[in-house]
Structure formats: C-alpha cells, structure tokens
Design a protein around this ligand. Structure first.
Ligand SMILES: [Zn+2]
Length: 330
C-alpha cells in the first residue's frame, strides 16, 4: 500500500528520505510541515515502513511481515499518536510517547512515533517531548506532522530535520486522479481547485456534490454586485444546509477573490481558476479597491475561525456576505 513510487510530487522530500535510508544517517526527530491534506501522514508512514522493512532498501519491499503489518496499521514498533480532544493532553503525550519510548522495540530495529496534528501540542506537552528529543534512546525516531511550524518552541525546531510540503504540480495531480479511475472532467476540476493539495483533490474529484457546490458558490459570487445583501444571505443560508459542506464553499469563495486580486494586479487570464468567469471577475475587480478584496479574503478566514468557535452559522454567513459586497468604487 505505502511506497515512495506511489506518492506523487514531493520529489525533494522523497530524495532526501531515500538518501537518509541509503546512508543510514537517520535523525531522531523530523518535522513534516504542510497544509492539511498535503500528504504528510502518507509520507511519514512510507518512511516508517521503509525504515522497519526487513529488506533494508530505500523503498519498502511490501512483502515482509513488517511491511504487511504496517499496511494493516498493525506494526508494533510504529506508533501513530491519537488524541481524544482537539489538542493532545499531557497525559496522552506521556502515555503514548514519553513513557512508551523507554521500552525497547518489540521486534524491529527502530521504534517510530508519528504525531499527527502536532501543531495542537500545548507548551507543557512540547516541553515533555523536548526532553525526549534531547536524549532519545538509540532506536527512537519521532516524526511531528504540523500545519503550522510556528506553533513549536524554537528549541524543538532546532533539534528536528524540517521538511516542507509544497503544492504538487497541477498536471501530476490530474494524472494521478485519472489513474484512480476518476473521469477526466472531475479530475481536472479536482486538480485545479485543490491548488496542488492531493487530499483536497481526491475529495473534490470523488465527491459528486463538489460540482454542485461549485455551481452553487458561483451563483453567489457571480451576482455580488447585482443582488441585494439580504437575498445573498438567504441564498448562502440555503446552501449551507447541511453544514458539512460549508468549508468547501469557503474554499471556493477564497479562490474567487484570489482570482479577482490576480486580475486587479494585472495578472494573466490564463492563471485564473475560474477562467470561464473572466468577464464577471474583471468587472468585479474594477469595481473594488485592493482594500475591498483584501477585506473579503480576511473575512473568509475570520468566518472559519468563528465557526470553529461555535458562533451561529447564520451570523457568520451574514458578516461574510457584508464583507463581500462592494463598499466604494475605486
Ligand atoms: Zn518489507
């Protein structure tokens, strides 16, 4: 299931890790940094699988007991930390990592700890981990996955090898989706709107409702300058039911205003995500100041935060729409 050849993009990271595997110069701690869905966990699992593979190659053999166990999430010396709440508790970190790491590997060469969403580690947990990273047992390897490297104490960062996950080339994403059996049109749309994020691309392209959501979102943003605020708010409220898809609407709104900003700064039409809406985008970009567009983009970020903080959806959407409609003509 997991091997380096089936991971698309991230060539620099793959080369780095393969070099590490070849030379045996393995660090005790790594930070994989990149946005949600960028492939950090898949890369970490593949690296861990290869480290533990009985064949000692630079790619897992996918046949030995260890490889098969890794694919089944059942390798006793590869631990993926879990948390009950939004962030790790100090107890969880102690039980699953700090204390556990003292116990020698069950049967493999290494004992590998993968920490998903390590950006949610609070300071006390980070301090506990820091002590382990400072004096790790020979066999220990810790891989921290984070969406925001700035959440770490500088002392943690300085002891880790940091690998940054960048967006994957659109064509590579598209070809990958087609290989997964996704029809061309959906694959193309997934590739374009995911902005090089494989996780998002897969979910967009395989989710039939994404096309519907995209069309719905367009119905809002296309008519921002022709419809009154309250009609817009009503439409958004209708669309946002059920609430599970609201994040996708926000993603699309964000891409719309990014396109507008691109045109405002004299960007090329070919670079637009909503290429087919060029005329509308141009008109809207001309009727807005930089500040208006910037406000709209920050309003989307704020709306996400407010929803996370459990502010009423209706209120959040209302504030959002007010930030979208033009205020002054520049
Ligand atoms: Zn193997």
């Amino acid at each position: 299931m997991y091997d380096f050849d089936s991971i698309i993009g991230h060539n620099m990271i793959k080369e780095h890790l393969k070099m590490v595997l070849k030379t045996g110069k393995i660090s005790h701690a790594y930070i994989f940094s990149g946005e949600k869905g960028s492939g950090k966990l898949t890369m970490a699992r593949t690296f861990a699988k290869t480290l533990q593979c009985e064949k000692n190659g630079t790619n897992p053999c996918c046949q030995c007991v260890s490889c098969l166990q890794t694919d089944d999430d059942n390798q006793p010396d590869i631990k993926i930390l879990t948390k009950e709440k939004a962030s790790y508790s100090i107890r969880e970190v102690r039980e699953q990592l700090v204390n556990d790491i003292e116990i020698k590997p069950y049967k493999s060469r290494y004992k590998i700890y993968i920490i998903p969403e390590a950006n949610t580690l609070k300071q006390d947990s980070q301090n506990a981990i820091l002590k382990t990273i400072e004096e790790p047992p020979d066999y220990a390897i810790i891989i921290l996955l984070t969406e925001n490297i700035n959440s770490f104490l500088p002392t943690i960062i300085s002891r880790c090898i940091v690998l940054n996950f960048r967006p994957v080339d659109k064509e590579l994403v598209k070809n990958y989706l087609i290989k997964q059996g996704i029809p061309d049109y959906n694959a193309n749309m997934g590739a374009v709107f995911s902005q090089g994020n494989i996780g998002k691309a897969l979910s967009y392209a395989s989710d039939e409702s994404f096309i519907e959501i995209k069309n719905d979102a367009l119905k809002i943003v296309k008519y921002l300058d022709e419809t009154d605020e309250y009609t817009l708010i009503d439409s958004v409220n209708d669309m946002a039911e059920p609430k599970d898809n609201i994040g996708q609407y926000f993603d699309l709104f964000q891409l719309w205003f990014r396109d507008m900003l691109l045109l405002k700064t004299g960007g090329n039409k070919e670079k637009l995500l909503f290429k087919e809406e060029y005329d509308t985008l141009l008109k809207q970009s001309e009727s807005r100041s930089y500040m208006d567009i910037d406000n709209a983009l920050s309003a989307i970020t704020k709306a996400r935060q407010r929803l996370e903080a459990n502010v009423y959806t209706e209120v959040v959407l209302e504030m959002l729409i007010f930030a979208f409609v033009k205020k002054d003509v520049s």
